[in-house]
Design a binder for this molecule. Structure first.
Ligand SMILES: [Fe+2]
Length: 537
């Protein structure tokens, strides 16, 4: 290919993988990765090898959407057998770590009886020695915490497990990413590079700035056999230019799901980045990569669920992100890995943790961490925060999936931050049971009725309205809750008009409109411009 002047096509997927599984945050943090390799990946793959026809039938059944079933159109049993074998060999350390975690948990349950834990350090499995502190809560319930930064520097964290798959897509269809590993397919190029590889930045820059395919190919180590496929990822055609916001006030753009860009003349803030591809017809209008500024001053992340931290979106944006703000979490608890450490491991050097009611100020903006409750199956998880963002004279409250379990909390918060102009909230109020996401972390099976009652559910109508009644917004927007087509592979939801989250959010929108609050359930894209005159009205 002639040298310079090539752009990366806008519909090239850059999919980060860990031993062929979609790289979400729990696969990057070592302890949760260990538990997922054993309790999710190997379990699903072994079940598939036993009876691929059961999996094939399950993925055709909409009621089983998001279940632990491998989704391929034709049987891939031999390849899955191979993947079980390579996983066992290449991730042997992680498998041992998972066994040791279970052993440690069992030992504490049996032997920690309220007496000093010091004598039990000898009984910690050898491979965990030095990586854990043994603790009680005030009621003598024993537990342990990881020294997580040390796990990231141990054999339980290996960048050799990471790779990136590249292909050109013409639709939003992908199997549910937590249940189906990515096997070889024609047209998909696997690059065995770690997530912090500078070649990912060079490749991503070519979405905007034309460059040399030869140079980026060399950086990424593309083999000669793959070069002709790699060449198909590029085009001479310049992409539409991003139009910078030059207005005097604030522009808000909804990119789908919980991803929102706030721009003033000088500053851009992107909440929960999840950016769809373009260059093909997805059936609905939506903003995409071309609508993002060349520099994103702040990315803010609300919580550690796979639909709110997407390495697939974040890695290609890494070169243009100045700062990332994430909720503070350093409990060392298995269920609460640090988002900061996972991002740093993936090559982000500019990650700041924010605490509850802590504010970060810059220019004419403030970002404040606000307590986020619920939606985590009542597990003790701190890596979650809502955000109160002020830009110029406007204030936005991003509640994400927080379930308003106790309105008094938000009344206390209201006394500090006052009314807000705009509220954004998710209302996936049914939610999956605990085991759907956290099951692999359990060291003992949970009773079904406990599991069913401990859900990943956001606010319903009553809980959402309690928030509206506290913060008196002028506008209230409900996220699309996974309905956008490019979300299906990660959220696995499918609603009808009678689905509870739709019914509840319709009620909230109607009640808001009744009160004179502008309200809508978002879908696809939305642009709002805030100016002084409109605010006065
Ligand atoms: Fe969530």
């Amino acid at each position: 290919m002639a040298n310079n002047g090539w752009y990366l096509k806008p519909n090239v997927v850059i999919e980060p993988l860990i031993e062929r599984w979609y790289a979400w945050a729990h696969l990057i943090s070592p302890a949760t990765a260990a538990m997922n390799v054993v309790g999710r990946h190997l379990k699903i793959m072994r079940s598939y090898v036993q009876s691929p026809e059961v999996h094939a039938a399950a993925v055709r059944n909409p009621k089983m959407l998001g279940g632990p079933f491998i989704d391929y159109k034709t049987p891939r049993t031999d390849e899955i057998k191979n993947l079980i074998e390579t996983t066992g060999r290449r991730q042997a350390a992680l498998i041992r770590l998972a066994e040791a975690i279970k052993e440690l948990d069992a030992m504490l349950k049996k032997m920690a009886r309220g007496y000093s834990l010091e004598t039990l350090y000898d009984k910690v499995p050898d491979i965990l020695k030095g990586y854990v502190e043994l603790v009680y809560d005030l009621n003598n319930n024993p537990s342990f915490r990881f020294f997580e930064p040390l796990l990231f520097k141990s054999e339980y964290c290996n960048k050799g497990w990471q790779s990136v798959a590249l292909w050109v897509t013409n639709n939003d269809e992908r199997p549910f990413c937590l249940s189906t590993p990515r096997l070889d397919e024609p047209g998909v190029l696997h690059l065995k590079i770690p997530f912090d590889h500078p070649g990912i930045d060079a490749l991503s820059r070519m979405k905007r700035t034309p460059g040399s395919v030869d140079e980026v190919s060399e950086m990424l180590g593309v083999g000669s056999a793959d070069r002709s496929l790699f060449d198909t990822f590029f085009t001479r055609q310049e992409h539409p230019a991003y139009k910078r916001y030059e207005g005097p006030n604030v522009r808000m753009r909804y990119f789908g799901h919980a991803c929102i860009l706030i721009e003033t003349k000088g500053i851009s803030i992107l909440v929960d980045p999840l950016v769809s591809y373009y260059g093909y017809d997805s059936g609905i209008a939506h903003y995409s990569d071309i609508d993002l500024p060349d520099v994103i001053d702040y990315v803010v992340i609300t919580h550690n669920h796979q639909d709110h931290i997407l390495f697939e979106t974040l890695l290609p944006l890494r070169h243009k992100i100045r700062n990332i703000i994430v909720p503070r979490a350093n409990s060392g608890a298995l269920q609460d890995p640090s988002i900061r450490l996972a991002l740093q491991h993936a090559g982000f050097g500019n990650v700041t943790e924010i605490d509850e009611m802590e504010a970060i100020r810059f220019g004419n903006c403030t970002i404040t961490g606000i307590p986020f409750t619920g939606e985590h199956s009542d597990l003790n998880i701190r890596a979650k925060t809502c955000y109160h963002i002020t830009a110029d004279k406007y204030s936005f409250l991003f509640v994400a999936d927080s379930r308003i379990v106790e309105p008094a909390l938000y009344q206390h918060i209201h006394r500090t931050i006052g009314d807000v102009d705009v509220v954004f909230l998710g209302m996936e109020c049914d939610g999956a049971p605990l085991s759907w996401l956290y099951g692999p972390l359990l060291t003992e099976e949970m009773a079904r009725d406990n599991d069913q009652s401990r859900r990943l559910s956001g606010s319903d109508f009553a809980k959402g309205m309690s928030l509206i009644n506290i913060f008196h917004p002028k506008e209230a927007y409900v996220y699309a809750m996974g309905m956008e087509p490019w979300l299906k592979f990660i959220s696995s939801v499918r609603y009808t008009d009678t689905s509870n989250p739709i019914v509840q959010s319709d009620k909230l929108v109607a009640a808001c409109l009744e009160k004179g609050v502008i309200a809508e359930r978002l879908y696809g894209e939305k642009e709002l411009l805030y100016d002084m005159a409109a605010l006065a009205v």
